[in-house]
Design a protein around this ligand. Structure first.
Ligand code: FES
Length: 389
């Protein structure tokens, strides 16, 4: 959606005045985490250590209300995610409500459980596109990383169904030490599946992934090889397939503009109705995120302490406060700052100007040590300490 200046839907300004206080702009994207239940057990899962139980999930009417409120707020796109959103039996009703409200829907799925009749029902309800995850180009390795035997075959079948239904297909790969060397094969697999867009997302170290960081963090040499291979593939596929690749911030020395800024362009609603400025923000102490069961989305977005806490630039400490990049990287990621320093308001240690940058630099440059394979994702939090070794 266009984000040029002026007033958008609902009277929100479409851009903040340069150098001024944080002005509230309309969100355009909603990440709807419909359930934390998932048939896969990926060791890089970025969902919280403590997952929401199914009995605490929002019901159909509550999700429909969230979508109506989101549309009124300005949201034009939603990612229906999880966990595995196909486990929600009311997914068609949720999609239909989004479609009715003019919200573009993308299903973010592992492909497990996707059948031809289910996909047809979802398409009839208004589903616009599907993003399918895959863990490796080799079936056995993919199944091992996903923690589910046969899941690669399920994904292959799901990709075929999506293309046969005429829906756009995106393929998403979370990259880490265990699959980075196969990045070329992964791209070729996604092209074979008929993907319009391939997202090569280097693992983000939150939630379960942070717990497994030692086993997941790639070496710099691996990254360099992958970067060169992706650059060549991007040239080869130009004009045919979008190939998205972003170097992980652990290795760039630069903070990523996480979420496009706190409370700036998108919001997340978790399975139990907790509304968050980013998917990992529930881990931040003292944030007391609001819940859609208690407050309307307009108040949550505009006025709730959780959404205003790090909005704009006024909250920033040095070196962000005086940095020319503060309107571009927004101080980096609050969740990463907290996970690594214990203080969410510090400059993201990924930035080379951060006084805590050594925390990232040392992890990224440590010689590859033999490490145990990642713990498969489970429902309960691991007994091990949360901070990475
Ligand atoms: Fe929460 Fe980056 S993941 S601010």
């Amino acid at each position: 959606p266009g984000r040029a200046g002026g007033r958008g839907r609902n009277g929100f300004p479409q851009s903040a005045p340069a150098g001024g206080p944080a002005e509230v702009t309309a969100p355009w994207a909603l990440l709807a985490e419909l359930t934390h239940a998932c048939p896969l057990h990926c060791g890089y899962c970025s969902n919280p250590l403590e997952l929401t139980r199914r009995s605490r999930e929002l019901d159909t009417a509550a999700w429909q209300s969230v979508l109506r409120q989101a549309a009124a707020l300005g949201v034009v796109q939603t990612h229906l995610s999880g966990g595995e959103p196909l486990l929600r039996r009311d997914l068609e009703q949720i999609v239909a409500t989004a479609e009715h409200e003019g919200i573009y829907t993308q299903l973010v799925t592992s492909g497990t459980g996707l059948t031809e009749p289910r996909l047809a029902a979802l398409a009839d309800a208004g589903l616009r596109s599907v993003q399918l995850s895959v863990q490796h180009a080799a079936p056995q390795a993919s199944d091992r990383i996903a923690g589910r035997r046969g899941s690669f075959a399920e994904k292959t079948r799901a990709a075929r169904l999506v293309r046969a239904a005429g829906l756009p297909l995106g393929v998403n790969v979370v990259l880490h030490r265990g699959n980075l060397d196969a990045v070329g094969d992964l791209v070729r697999l996604a092209v074979d599946w008929g993907a319009d867009r391939i997202e090569l997302a280097n693992a983000q170290y939150y939630g379960w992934a942070l717990h497994n960081r030692r086993a997941l963090l790639p070496t710099r040499a691996q990254l360099e090889r992958a970067r060169a291979e992706v650059a060549a593939l991007r040239t080869e596929l130009a004009g045919r397939t979008d190939l998205i690749w972003v170097l992980p911030d652990y290795f760039t020395g630069e903070a990523k503009p996480c979420m496009g800024g706190w409370g700036a362009v998108s919001l997340t609603v978790t399975p139990d109705g907790t509304a968050l400025p980013c998917p990992a923000a529930a881990t931040l102490p003292g944030l007391t995120p609001p819940n859609v069961r208690d407050h309307d989305l307009n108040w949550i977005w505009q006025h709730s302490p959780a959404f205003t806490r790090y909005r704009g630039t006024a909250w920033m400490p040095d070196p962000c406060r005086s940095c020319d990049l503060r309107e571009q990287d927004f101080g980096g990621c609050r969740c990463q700052a907290y996970a690594l320093t214990g203080d969410a308001s510090r400059t993201d240690p990924a930035c080379h100007r951060s006084p805590d940058h050594h925390l990232v630099a040392e992890a990224a440059t440590a010689p590859p040590a033999p490490s145990p394979p990642p713990d498969p994702r489970g429902h309960a939090a691991p007994a091990a300490p949360r901070r990475p070794p």
